[in-house]
Structures are given as C-alpha cells and as structure tokens.
Design a protein around this ligand. Structure first.
Ligand code: CTP
Length: 319
C-alpha cells in the first residue's frame, strides 16, 4: 500500500530564498500529468479524520444566536458578540451539503497567472474557488470569470477597498458583491480580532442592498483542524493560507483538483519576474518572517502532491 508522502523530510523544510524558483520546477509537465484516483480518495479519508468540509465550511443558524460571545481563534483573549446581521446571514444548511463535483479549480492570487491564458480552462471546471475577492473582469483571459465560491478575509476590505472611507469605495465593494451573483461568499469572521468592523460593514451592505450571495462563516475549529492535518503529514505550517485551506476543504467534494495562481516566488520557472498578486502592487515582503504564513513550505507540499497525481498545479501557460 503506497504511502502519501507530502513532505519527504521529517524536519521543517529550510527555505533557501536565493534560488527558489529553480528548485520548484514542476514535473511532470501538463501533458504527462495523470490523476491518481486512489491517492485522492485516501487523502480525502485522512482529512475527514480532522475535519468535514460539509460541516466546517460554515457555522449554521441553529448553533448560534444573536448576542452569543465568541473568542477569536487567534486572539483567545478578545471576544465578539454575534450581531443580528451576522445571525441573519448564517446559512440554515451547509452550502456544500451533498455536493460532489468532477473537477474543481482553486485559483490563487499569484502574478504567475498574468499572460497565462488560463481563463477559458479555469472556466471549464465544475466548481471554481477564488480567494479574497480578487477581481476577474479585467483579467478574464488569464483567470476566467466563473466563481462558485470566493473567500474574503476581513483584511481585504482594508487593502483592496480602502476601508470603505467614502461612497466611491462602498460602491466599488457593492458592485463586486453584486457580481458574485448567487455564489458562496466565505468570510472567516472568527479568526482574528482586527476584522470585527470590516465583517460588520460587509454584512450590513449585503442585507441592506439584498445582495444575491450565499454567505458562509467557517467553523471555529476549522483552522486548527486543517493545521493538525498538515502537521501530522510533517508539513510544519504556522497558519494555513487561504489557498491551502481551500485545497483541504475541496478534497471532500471534488474528484479532481486543479490549482492555478499558486506561486509564492518572485521569479517564474524561466527566471522572469512575477508579481506577488496578479491584480495589485503588493510586494513579496508581504510574506516576510512577520507574516504568519509559510507559503513556500505549503508550495513544496502541493508540488509533491502534484507529482503524485493527487492534484494538478499549473504554474505556466495553459495549452
Ligand atoms: N498565493 C500563492 N502565491 C502568491 C500569492 C498567493 O501561492 N504569490 C496563494 C496562497 O495560497 C494564498 C492564495 O493564493 O492563500 C490567495 O492569495 P492571497 O489573497 O494573497 O491570500 P492570503 O495571503 O491567504 O490572504 P491574506 O493576505 O489576507 O492573509
């Protein structure tokens, strides 16, 4: 019985930043990659021992009431009250209840997507997951348009929508939310205390303007469960990134998983510069030591899963 080896070494990988993009060359290349169904099913089963995406994707209405106090997952001493708006937006049943898809795309936000021409391919997948309300319209050729689930860390309201300082930014966010048109908006509201007001502003906008989105707020145990799974597999992450969270959840309801826009390195495989995000001017320092993420380490794990056929990583152009 073949083992799932996600990280070959037993100690945390040491990241040599001098030559990372060369080290991370992806093999097999697109045409030779084959899906390993047995391995995918084994991974799903293993992950199910830690979490169940169907349940953990969102807290449900029945489990909370307005006024309940929640301790933030990463700031245990800080609390928030469940507001009436948040309560109103909690789903009654899991948005993933009994869902199964043949192929799913998870679209990360790396600048490696620019000039990839991957948009049409991404849009062919049955379920498309995107991260942090990243814009699509202006980049459709490279990132596609189809969106079935999109995440929104509260920090996005600050970094992409100027903390809604004036009517123009509020309108911009509102238009982006309207464009989601029935898809799932996944808001990690209970992670860190900094996001309190931002989550409330978004909840208010959605209710006031009757925005057609299905809101979901991940369970309180999700993050630790996801981290637990990866730690057990010797991937020593500090705090999983949104992209890794999405992959971990997707193993539950996707038969084949295709990753695009995962490339946390400043040079591509041909040594050309790569933007940190495809759509803004954030710099790589953003993932510095101070950041809780360990993206290159996550990437190494995902690359290993690609090599074994459990997922497919695309880091260059689409055919
Ligand atoms: N990503 C990547 N390489 C990059 C940028 C992003 O692999 N250069 C992947 C990561 O998995 C990341 C996801 O794409 O989680 C979405 O990108 P981003 O919006 O930057 O997500 P986070 O860093 O998780 O969000 P935050 O900055 O709010 O912590």
């Amino acid at each position: 019985r073949a083992e799932v080896v996600i990280n070959g070494s037993s100690s945390p990988a040491v990241v040599d930043r001098s030559n990372e993009s060369i080290k991370h060359n992806i093999q097999p290349a697109s045409a030779k990659w084959r899906h390993n169904q047995t391995l995918s099913l084994r991974i799903r089963k293993q992950i199910l021992k830690f979490l169940d995406a169907e349940k953990d994707i969102s807290v449900l209405k029945g489990t909370l009431k307005p006024g309940d106090i929640i301790h933030y997952i990463f700031d245990r001493d800080s609390t928030m009250n469940v507001s009436q708006n948040l309560y109103d937006l909690l789903p009654r049943t899991s948005p993933l209840k009994n869902k199964h898809f043949g192929t799913c795309a998870i679209v990360g936000n790396s600048g490696v997507l620019l000039n990839s021409g991957c948009g049409p391919e991404i849009d062919t997948h049955s379920f498309v997951i995107r991260c942090n309300l990243a814009p699509v319209q202006e980049y459709a050729r490279d990132v596609g348009l189809k969106t079935d689930l999109v995440t929104m860390n509260p920090s996005v309201i600050q970094r992409a929508f100027e903390d809604l300082v004036n009517a123009t930014w509020r309108e911009k966010l509102l238009q982006r939310l309207h464009s989601l048109n029935g898809s799932i908006l996944w808001i990690p509201a209970f992670m860190a205390r900094g996001g309190k007001e931002r989550v409330e502003w978004v909840n208010e906008l959605i209710l006031k303007h009757r925005v057609n989105v299905r809101t979901a707020y991940p369970s309180l145990r999700l993050l630790h469960a996801v981290r637990g799974y990866w730690l057990t597999n010797k991937v020593h992450i500090k705090r999983p990134t949104t992209g890794l969270l999405m992959y971990t959840l997707a193993t539950r309801f996707c038969n084949q998983i295709y990753l695009y826009g995962f490339w946390p390195f400043p040079l591509d495989q041909n040594q050309n510069p790569v933007k940190y995000h495809y759509y803004d001017s954030l710099k790589y320092g953003y993932t510095s030591q101070a950041s809780p993420h360990t993206m290159p380490l996550e990437f190494k794990a995902l690359k290993s899963l690609h090599e074994q056929g459990a997922l497919k990583l695309t880091v260059g152009q689409c055919d």
